[in-house]
Design a protein around this ligand. Structure first.
Ligand SMILES: [Fe+2]
Ligand SMILES: [Fe+2]
Length: 329
């Protein structure tokens, strides 16, 4: 049944996991499997990338062009992170990945101007390679995200009686990302996390009690950590949805539902540990009313990707209406 349409509704575009590839990143070729020395693991990783995740991680630039051509007018365009391929695994501290993110963001800002706002994804900060253990979160990437790339760690926008809050999922999830951090940087990361949570709490507490909330973050693994805070749990009754990226395709989002509660796996490296820990606590996502913003091209196994279109009633009287728009039809 279609909902009555308010003429004052605001239209918000959501785009995530563009993983744009600059020439410098593309020149690296098969950057990931070469980090794995064990032949069987290397073969497994190659097959996983080829058959399930993404055969050519550098081949997604054209979908950003399609998005830019398709969408020129919206009240807001929100980027949910992962703007580069992170082929050195240290985020945008790597010059090649920085070039990718810069090119990606300049196109989005060229089309949407100040109506574009980008929050930060895990690959923007750096992430250990799967099985290779190379790289990790780098404070220089965090600084570069905020300064040169003008991304937001915390984003707040009021649309009348509906309040949009974007947050930094990597900082919130830090206790499970410790193995991704250089031990010398860990205390600085925790200080950033403390400050982020304080700012987030202060932001939420300023919002009038009866108003509606919408949350945006990159990685849903942060949700169980957020739900530990009473000031977040008090939001649930007026939270109309949480939009996340990171999972790249609706089929992965559905799979996460079926794997909810799985045991935490400690013996297969950082990536598997983090993934299994997130799925172990998957049931705690429920009160956040989570929606996925897929990668523009989805994944190899289920290429149903695209971007999100969100209609918001500024009076907060009608529930927001969300749909995924394909870029490949
Ligand atoms: Fe991603
Ligand atoms: Fe991600």
């Amino acid at each position: 049944m279609s909902q009555p349409v308010s003429s004052t509704r605001r239209r918000i575009l959501l785009i995530s996991d563009i993983h744009y590839a600059s020439d410098l990143e593309r020149a690296r070729g098969d950057y990931e499997t070469r980090t794995v020395s064990q032949p069987l693991l290397r073969y497994f990783l190659k097959m996983y990338r080829r058959l399930i995740w993404r055969r050519d991680p550098f081949a997604m630039n054209g979908l950003l062009d399609t998005f830019i051509d398709a969408e020129s007018s919206a009240d807001l365009c929100l980027g949910l992170g992962d703007y580069s391929c992170d082929s050195a695994f240290i985020g945008v501290a790597d010059y090649a990945a920085f070039q990718s993110a810069r090119l990606c963001l300049s196109q989005l800002r060229g089309q949407h101007g100040s109506r574009f706002v980008g929050i930060i994804g895990d690959h923007d900060l750096g992430k250990k390679s799967m099985f290779g253990g190379v790289g990790g979160m780098d404070l220089a990437s965090y600084d570069r995200c905020l300064s040169e790339l003008r991304l937001s760690s915390l984003f707040y926008r009021s649309l009348g009686r509906v309040h949009l809050i974007g947050m930094n999922s990597s900082l919130i999830t830090l206790p499970s990302f410790e193995a991704d951090c250089d031990p010398d940087q860990l205390s600085s990361w925790y200080a950033l996390r403390e400050a982020h949570l304080e700012d987030l709490q202060a932001c939420i507490q300023k919002i009038p009690e009866g108003d509606r909330l919408l949350f945006f973050l990159h990685d849903p693994s942060a949700l169980p950590f957020l739900s530990a805070f009473p000031w977040i749990r008090r939001c649930f009754s007026r939270l109309d949805g949480t939009w996340v990226g990171h999972l790249h395709a609706p089929c992965i989002f559905e799979l996460s539902h079926y794997l909810s509660g799985m045991p935490v796996i400690d013996c297969m490296g950082t990536a598997v540990h983090k993934m299994s820990q997130a799925l172990h606590a998957r049931h705690l996502w429920k009160p956040f009313k989570v929606h996925l913003v897929p990668a523009p091209g989805g994944i190899e196994r289920c290429p149903q990707g695209g971007y999100g279109e969100l209609w918001v009633d500024p009076e907060g009287l009608q529930a927001p209406v969300y749909s995924i728009k394909s870029l490949t039809d």
